[in-house]
Structures are given as structure tokens and as C-alpha cells.
Design a protein around this ligand. Structure first.
Ligand code: CP
Ligand code: NVA
Length: 318
């Protein structure tokens, strides 16, 4: 692989959760993503390191950014992508995941999957002979968090020592991945969430242990104003994730004090940027003013998904 992309070999690895990745591996992906972006803007739209390869996208849930960025990323690396909506596969008629995994492995070089339940990814990975990449599950969204690390690096010039406040649903899939990535990169992660919605304890334990090694920290508070004090980044996600429609009203009720609005951004201080993985629900987790305001970097975040997806595919594809 040319142009510095041999920095670190992750060939053949699954990417199910950042708990499986060491700090230097996370850094290698962020670095490769930065390089992909630089080369893109230098006019190298196509870097055909995966010429002749195929990437399957098995999606059980809706997607705009993840689907499109992976499809375009595959194209720009010289590979083809196949979008396989769950409902159109024999999976929907009861063909087991383990059979689907083995069959797809005979055709494609990478499987990117968005699933309702994380164990489905683990089952796919257990039976697939090719890397399986988590494109979002109920537990985590590692490709989003990796891409967000690039955005934070661009905006603050560093990762270690950055304070990121995650305000909203502590058990959110994107938050779980940000907590782990942040801790492993030496960031100070403050989660503001109601006590009923704390992050999963195993994720917190893993992150806290790594933060001890990296000089970072992880704290959970019920007070959003305490969490954002001195923050470089204020981050939120939807209050009602895909698949949580049955508890939507209850979540909206308990999360109301956690809206990211001008008052909360002011409490964070002048240097704080606003981040959101999107899609956003204006008037719920974030106000229109903050989302569209000068401190919001959400469109850069969305763009960086493309460059990061390219880095992930280039590094992991066998
Ligand atoms: N942020 C994100 O994953 O967006 P999509 O659901 O549109 O893929
Ligand atoms: N937490 C959200 C993220 C969407 C990208 C969800 O799971 O719906």
C-alpha cells in the first residue's frame, strides 16, 4: 500500500467495538484518515488500494451517513460496494446469520453491518472469514467515534488532554464508543446523564482502567453544567435511538434537562465546539441555534466519515 498507509497493519481484523482496539491502533486509524483527507484535497480522489475487491453492507436499520460514506469510500479505493438491505436478504426469511456470514465470505472481502442487537455482529464475525465492521449496533458505533477523533484533532490540534462532555443518554451507542476512544487517547471524558441512563458498567470500567494508563479521565455526573465546565467539546446525540420507540416518551421526559442550548454552551466557555453525530432532532437534544451556530462542527463531522471509512477499509481489508 503506497503513501504511508502501511504505517500499521490491521489487515484482517474485525472492528466490532473499540474495547478490542489498543490506543496505538486507534491512533493509526485516525492518522490514516487524516492522510486520506489530505490526499483527497490534494486532488487524489481515487487511491485504488482495494482494486478488484468487494465490500458488502448488510443494514438492518436506516442510514444516510454510514451507508453513503462507506459506499463512496469503497468506490474511491477502487472497490465495489453492495448495499444489502436486511429485508431483501434470505436473512429476513429465516436464513441463519452464520450461514449468511459464510456465504458472503465466499464473495466479498469485507462485511460492514448495521444491526439491531450487538450479538448479531458477533455471530457474523464468528462465522465470517473476512473482516466484519460494526456500522452501528445497540451497544456501540465505533466508526463514528473514530471519525469524530479526526474532527477533534483538526479543531483542537490534539487529542490527549482534550475535555469532551457527552450530554444526554449515557447508555447511547455513540457515547459508549466515544467514552472508550476518549479514554484510550488520554482525553477527559465527562458524561452528563440521568442516573437511570448511566453508560454500561463494563464500558465504564474498561475506559476508566485505560484512562489510568493514558493520563485521561472518565467521570459521570447528573449535572450537565458541571460536565461542560472547561470543555473543549460538547457532544450530544438523539434522546431516542433507532429501536427505542417504545420508551420514547419516558426518555424525552427524563432527558429534558440535558438539552444542549445556548445557556449550556455559554457555561462551557468560548473555546467549546459543538458536535453531534447526526441525525439531530432540533428542539430535543439540541436547539436550532446551537446546531446551526458558529460553534457547531457537525458538517465537518459528517464529511470526516468518508475519509475515516476509507482509512478503515484500506487498513482492515485483507
Ligand atoms: N451518524 C450516523 O451514523 O448517521 P446515519 O445513521 O445516517 O448513518
Ligand atoms: N444513537 C443513534 C445514533 C444514530 C447514528 C441511534 O442509534 O439511532
Amino acid at each position: 500500500m503506497g503513501g504511508g498507509l502501511t504505517l500499521y497493519s490491521l489487515k484482517g481484523r474485525d472492528l466490532l467495538c473499540l474495547t478490542d482496539y489498543a490506543p496505538w491502533e486507534i491512533r493509526a486509524i485516525v492518522e490514516a484518515a487524516r492522510m486520506m483527507k489530505e490526499r483527497f484535497y490534494a486532488g487524489e480522489r481515487v487511491i485504488p488500494v482495494l482494486r478488484g475487491r468487494s465490500v458488502a453492507l448488510v443494514f438492518e436499520k436506516h442510514s444516510t451517513r454510514t451507508r453513503v460514506s462507506f459506499e463512496v469510500a469503497a468506490y474511491q479505493l477502487g472497490a465495489q460496494s453492495l448495499y444489502l438491505g436486511w429485508d431483501q436478504l434470505q436473512l429476513a426469511r429465516g436464513e441463519p446469520l452464520k450461514d449468511t456470514a459464510r456465504v458472503l465470505s465466499r464473495y466479498v472481502d469485507v462485511i460492514v453491518a448495521r444491526v439491531r442487537r450487538h450479538w448479531e455482529l458477533e455471530e457474523l464475525a464468528r462465522y465470517a472469514d473476512v473482516p466484519v465492521i460494526n456500522a452501528l449496533s445497540d451497544l456501540s458505533h465505533p466508526v463514528q467515534a473514530l471519525s469524530d477523533m479526526l474532527t477533534i484533532l483538526e479543531r483542537t490540534g490534539r487529542l490527549g488532554g482534550v475535555k469532551i462532555a457527552l450530554v444526554g443518554d449515557g447508555g447511547d451507542n455513540v457515547f459508549h464508543s466515544l467514552i472508550v476512544a476518549g479514554a484510550k487517547l488520554g482525553m477527559h471524558v465527562a458524561v452528563a446523564t440521568p442516573r437511570q441512563l448511566r453508560p454500561r458498567e463494563d464500558i465504564l470500567r474498561h475506559a476508566i482502567e485505560w484512562a489510568r494508563e493514558t493520563g485521561g479521565s472518565v467521570e459521570v455526573t447528573e449535572d450537565p453544567f458541571e460536565a461542560v465546565r472547561g470543555a473543549d467539546v460538547v457532544y450530544t446525540d438523539v434522546w431516542v435511538s433507532m429501536g427505542q420507540e417504545d420508551v420514547a416518551e419516558e426518555k424525552r421526559r427524563i432527558l429534558r434537562p440535558y438539552q444542549v442550548n445556548e445557556r449550556l454552551m455559554d457555561a462551557a466557555g468560548d473555546k467549546a465546539i459543538f458536535m453531534h453525530c447526526l441525525p439531530a432532532v432540533r428542539g430535543e437534544e439540541v436547539t436550532e441555534e446551537v446546531l446551526e451556530g458558529p460553534r457547531s462542527v457537525v458538517w465537518d463531522q459528517a464529511e470526516n466519515r468518508l475519509h475515516t471509512q476509507k482509512a478503515i477499509l484500506a487498513l482492515l481489508a485483507p
